[in-house]
Structures are given as C-alpha cells and as structure tokens.
Design a binder for this molecule. Sequence first.
Ligand code: ZN
Length: 202
Amino acid sequence: MNVEEIYKDAKALLEGHFILSSGNHSNRYLQSAKVLEDPKRAAILADALAMMIKESNLEVDTVCAPALGGILAGYELARSLNVRSIFVERKEGGMELRRGFEVKKGEKILICEDIITTGGSAMEAASIIKKLGAEVVAFASLANRGFCKREGTDITPKSECKLPMDTPLFALDDFTFEMYTPEECPLCKKGSIAVKPGSRNN
Ligand code: ZN
C-alpha cells in the first residue's frame, strides 16, 4: 500500500510553499483531517494500521485518542481491532477523560492520533490514562512526521520526540519534509510567497 499516494489523492498531502505552525517554511504540508474525509479511505488506512498491531501480538483493550485530531483515527482503529474507543479532551490547559468514559485499573490502552509530530498531545493523553490506573501499551498514528521512531524502522528519534523509547509507536508511514527558517527558505529566495495552510482555499 502506497500511503503517500493515498494522502496525495485525498489532497491531504499538499505540495507548494507553506508556513508551518512552527513558523518555518516547507515545500510540503500534511492536512491530516482530509485523508479521513472519505470513510472508505479512513477504513482502508485504519485496517492497515490494525493489521500491523495484530501482527505484533500486542494485547489492546481500548483505543484512546486525544481530541480533536485523533478521534476519527482512534475510532476507526478501534473498529478494526474490535475494541472499545474513548477519547480525552483539553480542559483548562490539561487533558481530561469526560462524558462518562471510564478506564479500569490495569486496562491495556493504546493511544491513537491521526498524526504524530513530536507526540506532545499523545503524551498528555498517556499521562492522564496512567493517572487513572490504566496501562499505556502503545502509541499509534496513521502518519508519522519522522521525529519519532515507528515500529519496523531503525531511524534514530530526533530530540524533539516526546514519546518514550520503551513503548512502541505503530504508524503507516514517515512523512519527513524539508524545513527552512523564513530567512533561509530557497522558495522565498525564488520570489514565491508562502501560504498558511488551512486559511482560504489551502
Ligand atoms: Zn519560504
């Protein structure tokens, strides 16, 4: 399965000249939510991710996603793994388990995102799950931005990665982009104007 092609077909992988949330410029941008716009496509991706997890013989009781970005990916993955699906959400700065969702002591939880960049939100979700007495057995995401090491690859995690080394990360593919400071951006030097994805028609 060519994950990059699927993202391109869904217009979830954009090529051009973009301003990233870090302020840096890049020639590529991932608009993660777009790949889940078509439920059939979402199911294909989640089934492939579920297959990787099943093949590792990892035991999972429940998938937990950090809202909002992870909810659709988490729900689809839970459907494919035939387990429970819950989410945590941001409240006054921290993450909380709300809406009547509960976890049991020792319950095996997989934290699922649509995309892992540094893993910050995933770690916040993991921290609240552990505080409630459950166990975080793995992280999963459809796309990995290449800062963290996913199962099946032997890249060295970048210093930006917040995920622990002793817990596996399952992801379908790595999406590493070239990034430049605005001053050093070769696209700017050519006279092109960078756009913020998500604004207007980007
Ligand atoms: Zn630029």
